[in-house]
Ligand binder design. Structure first.
Ligand SMILES: Cc1cc2nc3c(=O)[nH]c(=O)nc-3n(C[C@H](O)[C@H](O)[C@H](O)COP(=O)(O)OP(=O)(O)OC[C@H]3O[C@@H](n4cnc5c(N)ncnc54)[C@H](O)[C@@H]3O)c2cc1C
Length: 447
């Protein structure tokens, strides 16, 4: 669906995060034949969390096969919101379609996902530059103040959430002033982190627990032979009893005959400024480091980073051809300057884009693949995989180990256990995306 450069590991990511951790560990390519219990395709939060939990919690041998290097996909270039929100299907529709009990189980799993990341970074001593407390959704039009408050009330009543409404004066008082933001609601669950430090820390913890991790190792062919899965890579072969697909938006269409047409990659892009001085922050009235986003369908998300840089990102754009990506990044930068006029002249030092993974039914998927014995999947977090990818990796590890969740209960809502459904007429996915963006774009500007 996208220009080759978006999927080519040789294309530099150019993210700010990569500069914050010099001298990252190199994970060598697989050579020769190896046997393992579990082969994991993809070395992002999902694959690494699965490897960590298999090795650390269940003493099961796991090999991670990553085409580029750990964190190269969406994980190392995310905005670092460790928050809830891994489905695009609205909560009232989740309740209507799957029932209240399953919706509640899904809600709990998302809260647990944030707790899991917090616990992991504490337990493994990963310095992720944690910032803020919770996540704040902001009304980008005065008329949206009421709708975000009503939505928060619905979530509090239905799921026992504890949102706090923030009026415009509340926002100004807590250091979140923008002429374009009119009110907010804070979900106390969540925080910000440095995603590059997190994903590298997770890789180191997985390796220390006994998992084997190979960078520069693309799975180019997948067959079954004598009851075992055989994964061919350019310089080696892995034979495994079980396989986990953890390739998210970077899943090649031909990874497996039966897995094509099940995910829809969508672009998300970020700009980061130079560090802002204290008086520049005061001029805008922004000092809060809590991760925040507006309430558009094609949302803008932003956070003040620990060293005073400001990160601003947004969804949208349908082409990853270099010229088109540059235009999309210019649109994001223009939105940043509209939201924060006091910083109109502040230099943007880093710009990058990546792909997030959508499913046709707009919910995540983590489970065993019924038609392919031993094959598992964990993907489709709809642009919200820091927490849910980590949780889904653990859920997949538990499933593979045959150990139910805490208290003997499987934590996965029923509706996320099946494989992502195939998009009808999958070759039309670029058109579906264009159509959705057109509709969303119009909805977002309606008062
Ligand atoms: C710009 C941007 C901002 C984002 N911001 C946030 C945020 O603030 N908070 C949040 O929660 N989420 C955010 N996301 C989404 C989040 O990054 C993803 O949901 C998450 O990283 C998915 O993790 P993953 O491990 O499932 O997949 P990925 O990290 O995408 O990893 C998949 C890996 O599979 C590898 N691969 C693919 N095919 C093969 C093959 N054949 N053989 C071997 N390896 C293969 C790829 O190289 C890739 O590294 C953002 C995403 C983007 C792009």
């Amino acid at each position: 669906m996208y220009h080759d450069s978006a999927l080519d590991p040789a294309t530099p990511v150019k993210s700010w995060w990569a500069e914050t951790l010099p001298g990252v560990t190199c994970y060598s390519a697989l050579t020769g034949d190896v046997e393992t219990e579990v082969a994991i395709i993809g070395g992002g939060y999902t694959g690494l969390s699965a490897a960590y939990h298999l090795a650390h919690d269940h003493q099961i041998d796991a090999v991670v096969l990553e085409r580029a290097y750990p964190g190269w996909g969406a994980s190392g270039r995310s905005a670092g919101f460790c928050c809830m929100g891994s489905a695009r299907l609205p909560w009232d529709k989740i309740v209507a379609r799957y029932g209240l009990d399953e919706a509640r189980r899904f809600w709990r799993s998302q809260e647990a996902a944030v707790e899991l990341v917090a616990g992991l970074i504490a337990h493994e001593g990963i310095d992720v530059e944690r910032t803020g407390s919770g996540e704040i959704t902001l009304a980008h039009l005065p008329s949206r103040a009421q709708s975000i408050e009503e939505e928060a009330d619905y979530l509090d009543t239905t799921f026992g959430a504890t949102h706090v409404f923030l009026s415009k004066p509340d926002l100004v008082e807590r250091g979140m002033n923008s002429p374009r933001l009119h009110a907010g609601v804070q979900n106390p669950v969540g925080f910000g982190l440095n995603p590059w430090k997190y994903v590298n820390g997770l890789a180191a913890a997985a390796r220390a627990a006994g998992a084997r991790i190979h960078g520069g190792t693309e799975v180019v062919h997948w067959t079954r032979n004598g009851g075992r899965h055989e994964l061919m890579t350019p310089a080696g072969r892995v034979r495994a009893a079980k396989v986990l697909i953890a390739t998210a938006a970077y899943t090649p269409e031909d990874l497996h005959d039966d897995f094509g047409g099940r995910v829809l990659p969508a672009l998300s892009s970020i700009v980061v400024t130079r560090p802002l001085a204290r008086d520049e922050l005061e001029l805008q009235g922004w000092s809060d480091t809590t991760p925040a986003c507006d309430c558009r369908h094609l949302l803008n998300y932003f956070r003040l980073l620990p060293d005073g840089r400001f990160l601003f990102g947004g969804r949208g754009g349908v082409s990853a051809a270099p010229g088109m990506l540059a235009r999309q990044l210019a649109r994001i930068e223009a939105a940043f300057r509209r939201y924060f006029p006091a910083w109109a002249g502040v230099e943007v030092t880093h710009r990058w884009s990546g792909l997030v993974c959508l499913a046709a039914d707009l919910v995540p998927h983590v489970g065993a693949w019924p038609e392919q014995p031993g094959a598992h999947f964990a993907l489709c977090y709809h642009g919200n995989g820091v927490a849910m990818g980590t949780w889904s990796g653990r859920a997949a590890a538990r499933l593979i180990a045959g150990v139910p969740g805490k208290g003997g209960e499987d934590e996965r809502a029923d509706f996320i256990r099946r494989p992502p459904p195939r998009f009808p007429l999958a070759f039309l996915r670029p058109l579906y995306l264009r159509g959705a963006y057109l509709k969303y774009g119009l909805d977002d500007i309606m008062p």
